[in-house]
Design a protein around this ligand. Structure first.
Ligand code: ATP
Ligand code: MG
Length: 477
């Protein structure tokens, strides 16, 4: 690219040089003709023609005037109307005086004539010929000027141009190269820093230069990306550690129980009990593995969701209904508070799962006589599902983690509450897939509120693009 720029630039310089030279030449030529015109007219003031003789009048003490006349006579020819030469200067004679016939014809032409004379030594003169009327007679007067000065000026200017310009080009190219190098230096630094960052070395960041320019912006973005990478890497590591731990515990328990039974059990009942416990643990293990598998399939995009219009109010009512007996058994007061027209676009099965998970949590973490409320409503143009309980709440330090896979806030009071720590991970994924957002407010000892906000489907949109099954008919109505 630099090369093509260079070639283009050199061609441009050449072209500019040529244009410059021809402009200079034509303007100097015009200048010369103007001067010559004046000199031709000035001759009258100094020359008198007396028959066949020429007499020059001027103040010989005035050196300026004397010089001027001398210059007038350097290239000079005066002929009468018959073509007889009355006076000719030495230089003119050298360049060759025209034959008499030609001179005579020129007198007859009666108009100024411009010519170029060329002396045998190569010198060139521009001459103006015109008819001079003196008394009754006509004379042919030719005055000339050398073009050598012009040529010299032209040559010198051209030479200077073609010598100085390349030097300037070289200087500016070097300067440009240097400046470009300096300008690109930060980019090279960034590249060097970036290439140091590896999977095991995600702690490194590219130092910003605090100039606030585009490059700093890029560095900032890049560092942000590494932050996120590092975060997901840490999460992935944490996750595999948690999984191993999660799987090891039941395995150890199973092994321990069976071992104890093997060594100490004597009766059939004791063996049965040990085996039953082992089966329970194995079930749990299988559940964890299945749920984890489902979750990673979901999160890696292998689950396709339906995009039908789902009436969330109805959904919440249905789920509450399903849990009514269980809640009653636990002496919890559970109710649904729903509005009509809370419709979101999505997968009914998954939304059901979301509400179910929130409700199971609420029931699980709320003691007897507690109150649980599941609401579906429209808030500020959005569809909102809200599950509130008066349970044990979640301590602030655990709040940021409850959506992490396998995370369970420690609970020392009710060990039978052991869950998998995956419910909220599903809730989180489902909400996200539906363009929703989850907020949790919780006060330890007083209760928690989980709020999921979804984009609301407007009445006009309903039925378009989504929907299947029989629930649709009354949704539209
Ligand atoms: N309504 C709630 N009140 C108090 N703590 C809660 C509530 N919901 C969730 N938590 C806390 O968040 C943790 C994570 O919840 P999550 O539903 O993901 O797991 P889990 O209920 O323990 O197990 P499971 O996978 O069976 O649902 C719970 O262990 C609990 O400590
Ligand atoms: Mg749960």
């Amino acid at each position: 690219m630099s090369l093509s720029y260079g070639i283009a630039f050199v061609l441009l310089v050449l072209a500019v040089g040529l244009v410059f030279r021809s402009t200079l030449r034509s303007s100097m030529y015009t200048n010369t003709t103007e001067v010559l015109e004046q000199e031709w007219a000035a001759v009258r003031g100094y020359l008198q023609i007396d028959g066949n003789r020429t007499v020059w009048f001027f103040d010989r003490n005035d050196s300026e005037e004397a010089f001027f006349v001398r210059r007038l006579r350097r290239i000079f020819l005066l002929a009468d109307s018959e073509g007889n030469v009355l006076e000719v200067s030495e230089l003119y004679a050298k360049a060759g005086v025209e034959p008499r016939e030609v001179l005579k014809r020129m007198v007859g032409q009666h108009k100024p004539l411009w010519r170029e004379l060329r002396a045998p030594d190569g010198a060139r003169y521009l001459v103006r010929t015109g008819v001079l009327v003196e008394g009754r007679k006509e004379y042919l007067l030719t005055v000339g000027r050398t073009l050598a000065d012009n040529e010299r000026v032209l040559d010198r200017a051209t030479k200077t141009y073609y010598v100085v310009t390349p030097i300037l080009i070289v200087i500016f190219s070097l300067l440009g190269w240097w400046i470009a190098g300096r300008a690109l230096q930060p980019l090279n630094d960034v590249t060097a820093a970036a290439s140091q960052i590896t999977g095991t070395n995600l702690k490194l960041r590219i130092p910003a230069r605090a100039t606030g320019d585009e490059l700093d912006h890029l560095i900032e973005r890049f560092n942000g990306m590494v932050d996120r990478l590092e975060h997901s890497l840490i999460q992935a590591r944490q996750f595999s550690a948690d999984v191993s731990h999660e799987l090891r515990t039941p395995l150890t328990t199973i092994r321990g129980e069976l071992e104890v039974a093997l060594m100490t059990a004597t009766s059939k009942e004791e063996y049965q009990e040990a085996i039953a416990q082992a089966v329970e643990e194995a079930d749990r293990l299988a559940k964890v593995v299945r749920a984890l598998l489902q979750l990673s399939q979901a999160e890696s995009g292998q689950v396709t969701l339906a995009r039908e219009a789902v009436d969330v109010g109805e959904l919440v009512e249905a789920v509450v209904e399903r849990f009514a007996v269980q809640a009653e058994a636990m002496e919890q007061e559970m109710r649904a508070e729903t509005q009509a027209g809370v419709v979101v676009r999505g997968d009914k099965l998954q939304l059901d799962r979301l509400v179910t998970n929130l409700l199971t949590n609420a029931m699980k973490y709320t003691p007897e006589k507690g109150r649980i409320r599941a609401a579906a409503k429209v808030v500020e143009g959005a569809a909102v599902i809200e599950v509130t309980d008066t349970g044990r709440g979640i301590p602030a330090e655990h709040l940021p983690h409850i959506f992490d896979r396998l995370y369970r806030a420690p609970d020392h009071t009710r060990d039978q509450l052991r869950g998998l720590g995956l419910g909220l991970s599903f809730v989180n994924w489902i909400a996200r897939e539906h363009g929703g957002r989850i907020d949790v407010r919780s006060e330890p000892g007083r209760g928690s509120t989980f709020t999921v906000t979804f984009p609301l489907v407007k009445k006009a949109e309903m039925g378009a693009g989504g929907g299947r099954g029989s629930g649709e008919a009354h949704l539209v109505g």
